[in-house]
Design a protein around this ligand. Structure first.
Ligand SMILES: CC(C)(COP(=O)(O)OP(=O)(O)OC[C@H]1O[C@@H](n2cnc3c(N)ncnc32)[C@H](O)[C@@H]1OP(=O)(O)O)[C@@H](O)C(=O)NCCC(=O)NCCS
Length: 457
């Protein structure tokens, strides 16, 4: 256990709460192959996934070896070395405005064994994670959720939404522009580093994207197992049906990838289905070329894709937009732990055109309540003409400021600019101090690009 995130002491409050139920909260040494293997198996079991093959465990373990890895142990269980609950966490940059990031505490692998459910174990784990994150100086926590009913009680709010697309390609053609570069089929095994490099460039443009771990690309490319897979696939079978296409711009620089599989075609060989596993585009040209390639594929009548943005240019590039059926789910959930640092990290809205600025300095008051009391208080956000925010804690909000009274869940939801505070006022979840205050807040928080997170973690 080397890094500070792995050696930071276990949260004593959660440890005491669990000890009162004869359970032990402890860190798992990810260099201890047996202990980490037991933890990974418990994680897979917690999500109803197949247990990994022994030969896959080492690869799975090394992909997440630098995470803070925590287990809850029951010495009276028949398998006392296998944790009855798991969580892992790590520090990762989250893009909050184009080119600007904040240090987020990413939380993953929250599982409690079905034999130990609803005794407050998850509550102890999550509250412990939030205290640990705050103690380590991370101004917000982030996670993706299996169910949208779990995390609001801890102050998390849905901040970026994902869309699932089903496109009937018999019904539509390509109506977008033609790109100037070209596509190449490439070998998955030689692609990981290039894919990772293009992603790290592209993620900085999109609020909501996270600095992901490199091992994730091995899973996306079918080179490593997926810990959440419900079928146990051998290394020989894995990834054989995946195809990888790279887009190079006209200078020959890789700017995007599409990773997909094709299935079906029985009994009608002209009617296959494409499952788009991942599409990455660092430029608009790459985006158009890769989508056009997917939409125009011969012998295919259906394309399915998940975790797309709520504002995909693709919607404007299909000759028949109604050929696409789109559903929406919450995807990235955020939990602000430090209002000052989190708000100051992002750029706020002004109109900029060439060298001209059309912004005005604006002051916003926020009266925040927090069920876990990390952030309860009144804050003044002063945004200058260039969109930079300065935040201070105050005893009273000045009467001249546009102001909202809201919970930390709601502030976490509006933070990236993908959720409107005016909508939350209409929903009865936020109170504006004067009519129109929420519209002023929305003008400042609005994001030029819809927040999106393209992966699960
Ligand atoms: C979800 C899960 C972690 C909850 O663990 P748990 O130890 O049973 O939860 P707790 O007993 O600590 O419950 C904490 C609170 O969350 C609520 N809760 C727990 N699971 C919930 C669920 N699935 N839906 C809605 N509320 C839930 C409890 O009612 C409790 O509420 P309260 O404290 O406000 O009264 C566990 O059921 C699990 O492992 N599920 C499968 C894996 C999974 O989905 N993990 C979440 C990954 S994002």
């Amino acid at each position: 256990m080397a890094s500070p995130q792995q050696t930071h002491p276990i949260d004593s409050r959660s440890a005491d709460q669990l000890a009162a139920h004869s359970l032990q909260l402890r860190l798992v040494d990810t260099l201890d192959v047996a202990a980490h293997g037991d933890w990974l198996n418990a994680d897979a079991r917690g999500f109803h996934a197949a247990l990994p093959h022994d030969e896959d465990l080492a690869q799975l373990a090394s992909a997440v070896a630098d995470r803070r890895t925590t287990g809850v142990f029951d010495a009276t269980a028949k398998q006392p070395d296998t944790p009855v609950a798991t969580v892992s966490s790590w520090s990762a940059e989250l893009t909050v405005s184009p080119g600007r990031t904040v240090s987020a505490w990413a939380i993953s692998s929250v599982t409690v064994a079905p034999t130990h459910r609803r005794r407050g174990i998850a509550r102890a784990l999550i509250e412990g994670e939030l205290r640990t994150a705050a103690a380590m100086g991370h101004p917000l926590a982030a996670l993706t959720v299996s169910e949208s009913t779990i995390y609001e009680r801890f102050g998390f709010g849905a901040a970026a939404f994902g869309t699932n697309w089903t496109i009937d390609t018999r019904r539509t053609g390509w109506a977008g522009h033609s790109a100037s570069g070209r596509l190449h089929f490439v070998v998955a095994a030689h692609t990981r580093d290039e894919l990772s490099a293009v992603f790290h460039r592209a993620r900085l443009d999109v609020p909501g994207e996270l600095q992901v771990w490199d091992g994730l690309w091995d899973t996306v490319l079918g080179l490593a197992p997926d810990l959440l897979d419900t079928e146990a696939r051998s290394a020989a079978e894995r990834g054989r049906s995946l195809r990888v296409v790279r887009y190079d711009d006209k200078s020959g620089v890789a700017q995007g990838f599409a990773i997909y599989s094709v299935s079906g075609g029985d009994p009608d060989f002209s009617a296959h289905q494409v499952d788009l596993r991942y599409l990455l585009a660092a430029t608009d040209d790459a985006y158009s070329a890769l989508w056009r390639f997917i939409v125009e594929m011969d012998l295919v009548t259906l394309v399915k894709a998940t975790l797309l943005s709520v504002d995909e240019p693709l919607a404007w590039q299909l000759s028949d937009p109604r050929a696409a059926t789109v559903t929406r789910d919450s995807h990235l959930w955020l939990r602000i732990l430090d209002v000052v640092a989190t708000l100051e990290a992002r750029q706020f809205g002004t109109v900029q055109f060439g060298t001209a600025q059309f912004g005005a300095a604006v002051t916003i008051g926020l009266e925040v309540s927090d069920p876990l009391d990390f952030t309860t208080g009144r804050y003044l956000l002063e945004v200058d003409e260039l969109g930079a925010g300065k935040v201070s804690r105050v005893n009273e909000l000045p009467t001249h400021a546009a102001a909202l009274t809201l919970g930390i869940t709601e502030l976490s939801s509006i933070y990236l600019g993908g959720v409107s505070s005016a909508t939350l006022v209409r929903a009865g979840r936020v109170t504006e101090h004067r009519a129109g205050d929420a519209i002023a807040v929305d003008q400042l928080f609005r994001a030029s690009r819809a927040p999106r997170l393209s992966v699960w973690f």
